[in-house]
Structures are given as structure tokens and as C-alpha cells.
Design a protein around this ligand. Structure first.
Ligand SMILES: *Cc1c(COP(=O)(O)O)cnc(C)c1O
Length: 384
């Protein structure tokens, strides 16, 4: 039997009747774009993530771009972010005309190193070419970044803070979700993420009503929102009044309907992921470097990433044993051609070393103990 890296079919077997009914309901009412399920899901998502509001959008990449656009970040601005992350994190920064500034990560959690963030801000200020405006912290592989320290640094320097929780939505630190510290938390509903839909989707969580309104405008071509219309009258339908340059970034009603059903079991899935992660740690900690979670943190284990001196040899061996693996990420962003010219003050030795050593094992909420034992035995059987 082949082992799944992420078993979406097992989850579907659990939820099929609810999801089928939810889809049929949307087909019956026919409001495929911005239908009632979108608002319903946004309210439920905000509650789950401990935020006042959630704004759904087309994907987790746009979710990072929307607040940057709403804050007016652009040419001449610096946005600090890790290099050891998925491309979407730095990618949206040049969309606005601003530049990503790459900051190294911590060796044990792979998340933004607060000391190196502080040093990078100082270096950019000293150079004087760019104005520091925002920080994007990433909850890599599912665990929260060091938000208390990162938020303190961001506040002190007057920078906005985005929590890129595409992999970490549902994770917490001392019982609090990232929005407790960040100005916005963003997530992705790409199918393989811990909370995924059946296509593309994303969301921004915030406690700032005015920001929510501007992002609501931006996601629908800069449409006029209540604040834009205040005290003004129009002799035409304000639906076609465009008050800023926006984009088209909506979550489909069908995806919202599916996500309502998936969110209903998400807490139990996060629990199940803890059991899987604990079993891996117990079975593997003496043969590979198993992941460390920040003190007080709960990871949603988007990935279970271990380190090995001979990562490629281990991957090849596991393949012969029918165990799929993946290397996230083999090339850090500052080493990718389109990003290589952006500032990287202080260098990124930890990101570069991790890129050569990391290997992710199968991880999902439905991984059965006997299959997991086969994976553990296969890893232990490698004498590279
Ligand atoms: C997946 C991911 C994104 C982007 O999400 P999409 O929905 O694929 O656009 C952003 N940041 C990180 C860290 C991700 O893993």
C-alpha cells in the first residue's frame, strides 16, 4: 500500500455527507460569488482565530498583499521577512513597489530571529535608502513565530506586523493566536494546508474595522465602501464607483461552504496532529533532529520537518520503502534569481544550512499508528 504524504481522501471520507449537502445548497441558491456562506465563514473564521473580523480572498498570497496595499506601502519602502519560506511571502512586496529585506531565522524553530530582525532594521536605517514600514513573520511548518518579541520590535520602530499563518493558522502561543500581537494574520486555504478547501482560497484576520473596509474595497476592484460614500451623493449606482486601484480577489461561495464544514472539525484535527507529532518525536529523536516548538507554543504541524546530514540519501532510501518526503525549502528565497538583489543585511547562514538538511515526513490528522510505525522504521533503517 502506498503511503500518502497528506491524505485528503481520508478527511473527505469523514466529511463527505456534510460537504455534499453544503455544495448542493450553494447550487440551489446560485449566489456563487459573495454568497451568504462567505459572510458566515468569515464570522466563524474570525472567532476561531480570536480576531474581530476576517476578510476572505482568492488565495493566501493575495491575503498578504491586501494589507500591504491598504497601508499604502510602496516604492522606497522596506518590508522585513524571512528568506526560508514559501515564495509568496516575499513575492507580494515587489508587487507594491517596495523591497523585501531578508532576515535569517532561528536554528530550532526556523522562524524569524528577533535579534537579527533588530539588526536588519538598524542596517536599513543606517543605509538610508529605504524606509522601514512592515515586518512579515511566518509561522513556518505550523508553529507561531516569537510574536511577543517581534511585535515589541515592530512597535518600537513604528512598523506594521503581518503574521503569515498560511501554514500555522490554528496554532497559538500561550493560548493566544498571532492576531493578539500582529496587525493582521493571513492564511491560505490551498488544499494541502492544515485548513484547506477544494481549490484556492485565503483570508486576512484583523481587529481593525477601518482596515477591513479598505481591504474589502481592494478585493473588489477598489469599490466604494461606506466611508468613501459618507457625505457624498451620486446620480448613478455607487456599485460602479471605484475609489482606489484594487484587484479581484474573492473566495468562491462553494469554497466557503466547504470550509464551514472543514472548520467544524479543525480543532479535533489539530488534536490528532499533536498525537502524530508526539509519536514521531518518540520514535525518531535519537536518529534525526526532530522539530522543536517555541515554549508555550502549539503547532498545527503543517509539516513534520526533520534534519539529517544526508538529507538526499535519506529521501532516496525512503522512496524505495514507499515513503514520500519533501524538502521545504531546498533554495532559500534570497538565493533565487529574481530575489537575489534585494537587501540581506548580515547574511542568512541559518537559512542556507537548513535548506540543505531539512526533510518533511508524511503528516496529516488521519495518519494511522501502524502506517506511522512503518515510516519510523524506514527512517531508522537508513544507515547513510
Ligand atoms: C502557501 C503559503 C502561502 C500562499 O498561499 P496560496 O494560497 O498558495 O497563495 C503564503 N505563505 C506561506 C508561508 C505559505 O506556505
Amino acid at each position: 500500500m502506498t503511503i500518502a504524504f497528506i491524505d485528503l481522501a481520508a478527511q473527505q471520507r469523514r466529511l463527505k455527507p456534510q460537504i455534499d449537502a453544503a455544495i448542493q445548497k450553494v447550487l440551489a441558491h446560485g449566489a456563487y460569488v459573495m454568497g451568504p456562506e462567505v459572510r458566515e465563514f468569515e464570522a466563524q473564521l474570525a472567532a476561531f482565530g480570536q480576531a474581530r473580523r476576517a476578510l476572505s480572498c482568492a488565495n493566501g498570497t493575495d491575503a498578504i498583499a491586501l494589507p500591504l496595499m491598504a497601508w499604502g506601502i510602496g516604492a522606497g519602502d522596506a518590508v522585513f521577512c524571512p528568506s526560508f519560506t514559501f515564495a509568496a511571502t516575499p513575492e507580494v512586496v515587489p508587487w507594491t513597489g517596495a523591497e523585501p529585506v531578508f532576515v535569517d531565522v532561528l536554528e530550532d524553530t526556523y522562524n524569524l530571529d528577533p535579534d537579527k530582525l533588530e539588526a536588519a532594521i538598524a542596517a536599513i536605517k543606517a543605509e538610508g535608502r529605504l524606509e522601514p514600514r512592515a515586518v512579515i513573520a511566518v509561522d513556518l511548518f505550523g508553529q507561531p513565530a516569537d510574536y511577543p518579541r517581534i511585535a515589541e520590535i515592530a512597535r518600537r520602530h513604528g512598523l506594521k506586523l503581518i503574521a503569515d499563518s498560511a501554514q500555522g493558522f490554528g496554532g497559538s502561543l500561550h493560548g493566544k493566536h498571532p492576531i493578539h500581537w500582529a496587525d493582521v494574520a493571513t492564511t491560505s486555504f490551498f488544499p494541502a494546508k492544515p485548513l484547506g478547501c477544494y481549490g484556492d482560497g485565503g483570508a486576512v484576520l484583523t481587529n481593525d474595522d477601518a482596515l477591513w473596509d479598505v481591504m474589502d474595497s481592494l478585493r473588489v476592484h477598489g469599490k466604494a465602501v461606506a466611508a468613501d460614500l459618507e457625505g457624498r451623493s451620486f446620480d448613478h449606482d455607487p456599485k460602479y464607483l471605484n475609489t482606489r486601484i484594487g484587484m479581484n480577489s474573492r473566495l468562491d461561495t462553494l469554497q466557503a461552504a466547504i470550509l464551514i464544514e472543514k472548520l467544524a472539525v479543525f480543532a479535533s484535527e489539530i488534536e490528532a496532529r499533536q498525537t502524530v507529532a508526539a509519536r514521531y518525536a518518540e520514535g525518531l529523536s535519537d536518529v534525526v533532529k526532530v522539530p522543536a516548538v517555541i515554549s508555550g507554543g502549539v503547532s498545527v504541524w503543517a509539516q513534520y520537518t526533520v534534519e539529517h546530514d544526508d538529507r538526499d540519501g535519506l529521501a532516496a532510501h525512503l522512496k524505495t520503502q514507499g515513503v514520500p518526503t519533501a524538502a521545504y525549502y531546498p533554495v532559500p528565497m534570497h538565493r533565487q534569481a529574481p530575489y537575489a538583489h534585494y537587501p540581506q543585511p548580515g547574511g542568512l547562514p541559518v537559512s542556507e544550512a537548513a535548506a540543505d538538511r531539512v526533510i518533511a515526513l508524511p503528516m496529516h490528522a488521519y495518519l494511522e499508528a501502524d502506517i506511522q510505525d512503518r515510516i519510523i522504521a524506514a527512517v531508522r533503517g537508513y544507515n547513510g
